[in-house]
Design a protein. Sequence first.
Length: 461
Amino acid sequence: MKNKHSNPKKKKFKKIALDENWEKINPNACGIDIGARELFVCVPADRDKASVRRFGTKTPDLGEMAQWLKDCRIETVALEATGIYWIASFQLLERKGFKVVLVNPRQIKNVTGKKSDVMDCQWIQKLHTFGLLGGSFRPADPYCVARTYMRLRADLIAGSTCQIQLMQKALHQMNIQLSHVLSDITGSSGLAIIEAIIAGQRDPIVLAELASRRVKSTKDEMAKALIGDWRPEHLFCLAQAHQMYLRYQLDISQCDAQLADELEKLPNKVDPNSKPMPPKIDRKKQINEKLRLGLYCKFGVDVTAIEGIGPTAALTLLTEVGADLSAFPSEKHFCSWLGVCPDNRISGGKVLSSRTRRVVNRMADVLRMSATTLKSSQTALGAFYRRMVARLGPAEGITAVAHKLARRLYSLIKHGHDYIRTGLEEYEKKNADRKMKVLRKMAESLGVQLLEPQLVRAGVS
């Protein structure tokens, strides 16, 4: 009679046979199927009697797994990107000296027949042995640390924005039209008035006097907007939202301090004393010069010189991708990773679809937001934005501009040259010449001769 409480690691699993005729690119490869509670690990069949073992996801279990892989002479490990459950295994194996390949689930096709975690890990190991899996991009560990703080900061800002909306909702429910007379209720004037309301002040004239002199609305307009229905339940909601907003602001400042410390640890590509930072191109553009100088040292070039790219977008690029773009062989690979270029699907010589892939990428979202700032820009990129939006529509046009921004960022960082901004007149001239070239070709195909503009003005037929 079999023991029901036998060790599950000793359980024998059905093996998937390898085709020995194929060339083994990674003979010392291992495949791991990641789960929330357990991991299934497969090594080559000649390394252990049980080539497939099951481990838990706790830290001691992961250490035991790493030791077993070392005993089996494993050098490289492939694991599937499953939610966030892969992070602990990835980081531990990387610290242990293994070459870890994080695989996109789209690249892994399950074996036909009944699906199981055991068959999945064997299939991953088989594909990785023959070099059929490509690793997903992951920046160096110091950049991953800074990226964690940067993403946390974005989440805190989103939470703070939610509390601002709750404050506006409570004020409107009391018919306090503060947002109609102030552009920002979280400014110095808005917060002073809200804090006075929470403290018990109800006189609209006294509340209006708390506004700064720089507010454009008159005192009478302010006082009229601050007469409302002071219901206790709405006042309670306002106080709670205000308290949470202040807490979020404190958390954001603490996160900024941690982020600044991590950014200081990142390597510099250039010394500003030996190679000074170039002057700011757009003098009207408000940029934090200290942050701009820090980004210049990390990238080696001034990425904020590109139209639409501000310090926040550059900081996101630094933390999400890093200052080294050698992982992308060309700008096409970089744009494909971002998901801002057409994804041509060709079969039989015909393009079936060229729609952009749906990619969850924070840097791509930032590039799209940066593209929207070029709507009124009197530069070549601004003209390109207006032409693309008029021709393709808002969504596709913004993606096209984000694609161009990504190519310029890659070229600037990869080659390290100074950015040369193209003017609006030069862009319009090139666009007109391109249109004229198309018209000449069309006229030649129809057997029509086009006259030069100078000859038309002179009256030559």
